[in-house]
Design a protein around this ligand. Structure first.
Ligand SMILES: [Mg+2]
Length: 234
């Protein structure tokens, strides 16, 4: 019998390339505004709007773990500053929707979906993300027992709540689980801090060097099942 019961997965830069997805979503977001909020576009080019969003977060640090609300609220503020008054809320919600739709069009790393399908036969798979990707809208969701986002829990990795939520859902101990993710701070150090094993995904361009806390690391999805087996054999 396997010692490992739960595999929790980060999403961005672990299952798919994040940069092209975000670039597409930012483009869709701004194009929507070009069509629907010309006064805002006249005042903010894409860089200025991005800077406005960061400024808004600095003024409202409580939004840090609520990436969707942060984007909507900061755009609402930019629309008000552009003279849209009472229309701003509705315009911000519609522009966010354009972003969100595009955000779900992801570019999987090679072999990822096939390996997830295989792993789902032997393990409970749960996704844990700090971002706003929604895998319930993707075909691979059928391999996952559940999916949790930082903004649902009000706490982002590396804090413990997302990891503990996965352990509770899978009804297993930390030592019976492996978290797989690309971020050495949020994924590797965060998972190790709650006693889970950690495998570092080094798939994206400019992936960091293997972290000393990572139990294993991989740069090709086909390597992952063998690495997981090492924990069952130990
Ligand atoms: Mg990631």
């Amino acid at each position: 019998m396997n010692k490992i019961k739960l595999l929790s997965f980060d999403l961005d830069d672990t299952l798919w390339h994040t940069a092209p997805t975000i670039a597409n979503a930012e483009r869709a977001f701004y194009e929507h505004l070009q069509c629907n909020a010309p006064a805002l576009v006249a005042k903010f080019d894409p860089d200025a709007l991005r800077e406005h969003r960061w400024q808004y977060l600095r003024a409202n640090p409580g939004l840090e773990h609520y990436v969707s609300k942060w984007r909507i609220d900061s755009l609402n503020q930019a629309l008000i500053e552009s003279g849209y008054g009472e229309q701003s809320g509705q315009l911000a919600a519609a522009a966010y929707d354009a972003f969100y739709q595009a955000r779900q069009q992801v570019y999987f790393f090679e072999h990822c979906a096939d390996i997830l399908r295989e792993l789902s036969k032997d393990y409970i798979l749960i996704s844990l993300t700090n971002g706003n990707a929604d895998i319930t809208r993707l075909p691979i969701s059928k391999y996952f027992h559940s999916c949790f986002r930082a903004e649902e829990l009000g706490a982002a990795k590396p804090a413990a709540p997302l990891f503990l939520k996965a352990l509770t859902q899978a009804n297993c101990h930390a030592h019976e689980s492996i978290h797989i993710g690309d971020n050495t701070h949020d994924d590797v150090a965060g998972a190790k801090a709650v006693g889970m094993h950690a495998i570092q995904a080094r798939l994206a361009e400019n992936a960091p060097e293997p972290h000393p806390l990572a139990d294993q690391h991989f740069d090709d999805w086909r390597e992952l099942p063998k690495l997981i087996q090492l924990f069952n054999a130990s």
